[in-house]
Design a protein around this ligand. Sequence first.
Ligand SMILES: Cc1cc2nc3c(=O)[nH]c(=O)nc-3n(C[C@H](O)[C@H](O)[C@H](O)COP(=O)(O)OP(=O)(O)OC[C@H]3O[C@@H](n4cnc5c(N)ncnc54)[C@H](O)[C@@H]3O)c2cc1C
Length: 611
Amino acid sequence: MAMYEHDVLVIGGGGAGLRAAVAAHEAGADVAIVSKVHPVRSHTGAAEGGVNAALHEDDPWEDHAYDTMKGSDFLADAPAVDIFAREIREEVIQLEHWGMPFSRDDDGTVSQRPFGGLSFPRTAYAGAETGHHMLHAMYQQVVKRGIDIYEEWYVTRLAVTDHDEVADRQCHGFAAFDIATGEVAGFRARDGVVLATGGAGQVFKHTTNAIANTGDGAAMAYRAGVPLEDMEMIQFHPTTLPSTGVLITEGVRGEGGRLFNSDGERFMFERGYAVEDGELASRDVVSRAELTEVAEGRGVDDDHVYLDMRHLGEERIMDRLENIVHLAQDFEGVDPLEEPMPVKPGAHYTMGGIEINEWGETVIDGLYAAGECGCVSMHGANRLGGNSLAELLVFGARAGRAAAGEDVGTPEIQVGPDPDAEREDPDWPIEPGEISGGPPDVTPNDALVDPVPVINSAVEAETERIDSLLVTEDGVSQAAIRSRVQDAMGEHLNVFREKSGIETALKEIGAAKRELPNLHVTDTSRTFNTELQHALETRNLIDLAEAIAFGALAREESRGAHWRKAHQERKDEEWRKHTMLSWNDGDPEMWYRPNILESEIQEYDPTERSY
Ligand SMILES: Cc1cc2nc3c(=O)[nH]c(=O)nc-3n(C[C@H](O)[C@H](O)[C@H](O)COP(=O)(O)OP(=O)(O)OC[C@H]3O[C@@H](n4cnc5c(N)ncnc54)[C@H](O)[C@@H]3O)c2cc1C
C-alpha cells in the first residue's frame, strides 16, 4: 500500500492552503499540498470584491477590529479579531510584493473601496477578480519554492489515534484517493496536518459556492472528535443571480450600486432598514430587508429585487467591475450596462466550523485548520465582506507556522472539551450522529497509536468503503439524497428561521441519513469517477446539515445571520456564547463556550448594532 510522507501536509490548495504551505515551508518544513481540485480551480478564485486591510494612515487597525466585532454581532472572540486586524496589513503588503496586481489610484497607491459594514474605504481589490489574482500570486510562490502538490487527490478520512479522551488523540495523516486512477493511499505527516478545505455552501441548493464546497474537512474533523463551533451561522449574500446563485460582488454596492424594489423605491433607505449606510449595511441586514420586501409584495416576480449600477457609467464599470457585466450577461441574460440586475440572497459563507485557536490548533495534537473550514472565531454571527480573503492570509500563515513546529506560546483562545461547560440536553426530533447500517464509519482507529498502523488502518477502511460503494447493484442516487437535504435546508434554514421549519428540515435530514446505506453508484469505473466522489461527499453534507440545524434549533435568539421568528431580539445575557457540537463517537453532544470580548489590548462593549 502506497504511503507518501512529509513534515507538513496541507489539505486544500485554496487561499488558506497555499498561504499555510508557504508559511510552513519558510519555517523549514518539507511541505506538500493535497487537493481535490487543482489549486487554481479552488473556490478562492471566485472571490470578486476584495480584501480588507487598514492600510491608510487615517485608518487605524483598531477601527478595522471594531467593525469586524460589530459586524459579528459581538459573537467573535476579541483576541482573534485583534490579531487579524493588526497582522493583515503586513500580509496584504507582502501579497503586493509577491506580484498581486491590485487596482491602483492615479498616484500609484493600492485602491481601496467601501464595503458593507466598514467605517472606512478599506477593501483593496483587483478589478472584480480579486480572488483569482490572489490565488495565482500565491500559487506562484508555492511553485517557486518547489512545494509538492498532489492535485486531484481526494482526502476521505483522517488517521487519528483511538484514545478515549479527544484531547489525548493525535493525527498522523490521512487516507486519500487519486481521482485519476482510483488508487487509495496513505499520507503521513511527521509534524502536522492542516485542514484548509473551504466552506460548505453545497449544503444549500441556492448558493454562490462551487460544487466542490462540501465541507469535507469540517465533517472529517468533527467525526474524528474535534468540536464544531457556531455551525448555525451561515451567511446569505444579498446579491446573487436568481437562476444560478452566481455572486454579484458587494463591490457593485461599494462603487455606488443601488437596490430597488418593484415600486422603484431605494428600500434600504426609504423603508428604514439602514438609514445611514443603506445598501452598505452588513450583509445579514440587507438580505433580511430584501426578503421582507418580497414577502410584503414589493419584490419582482415574488422572488427578487433589483440591483442597478447603470448610473456609474460604462467607463467606471468596465474599469472596476467588468467581470460583473460578463457574469450577468452569461448567467442571467441581463446586460447591466443597459438594465438593472435581478438579485436575491443566496447561501454564501460558513461562519462556523472546526474549533481552532489563534494558531490554527485543534484539540487533536497534530491537526490544524485555517480558512473557511475553521472557526477561530473572528466572524462570529456575521462575516464582513472582504474579511475572508484577509482571514485566510493571517490565519493560514499562522497555522502553517504552527504545524511546522514553531513555538506558539500559550494561546489566548482555548480549544477542546471543557468539563465545566454549560451543556444542552436538547429534545432533538431525530437521532443525532451515527448512520447505522451504512458504509464503515469514520471514527478513530481501534487501539492504534503508532503512526504507520493508524494510517494503514485508515487506508484499509477507506478501501473497503469505496469498494462497497462500487459494487452496489441498486439503490438511491447521491443526487437524490443531496437534493433532499439541500431543498430542506433552503426552505427551512434560510434567512428566516422558525422552530417548526427547522424540525421539519431535521426530519428530512434524518430521512436522508436512513437512505444513505442504500446509496447506489452507477459508474463503477475507478478513473475520474465523479459520481463516486459526490457519493462520498454526500455523507459530509448530511453531517454538516445536521450540525447547522441543531445549532439553529438550540439558539433561541436573533443574532447576525441567525434570525428566529419567535425570538427576534439579540439576547446577550443568555446567548453571548458559542454553540459547540462534539461528535462524541457518534452520539453528538451540544455544549457552550462563552465568547471573549476582551483581548490583551482592548475590551469591546456589545452595543446595539445599527447601520
Ligand atoms: C463567489 C464568492 C465570492 C467571494 N468574494 C469574496 C471577496 O471578495 N472577499 C472575501 O474576503 N471573501 C470572498 N468570498 C469568500 C472567500 O472567497 C472564501 O471564504 C475563501 O476563498 C475560502 O478559501 P479557503 O482556502 O478556505 O477555501 P477554498 O478556496 O474553497 O479551497 C478549498 C480547497 O480545499 C480542497 N479540498 C476540499 N475538500 C477536499 C478533500 N476532501 N480532499 C482534498 N482537497 C479538498 C479543494 O480542492 C480546494 O483546493 C467569496 C466567496 C464566494 C463563494
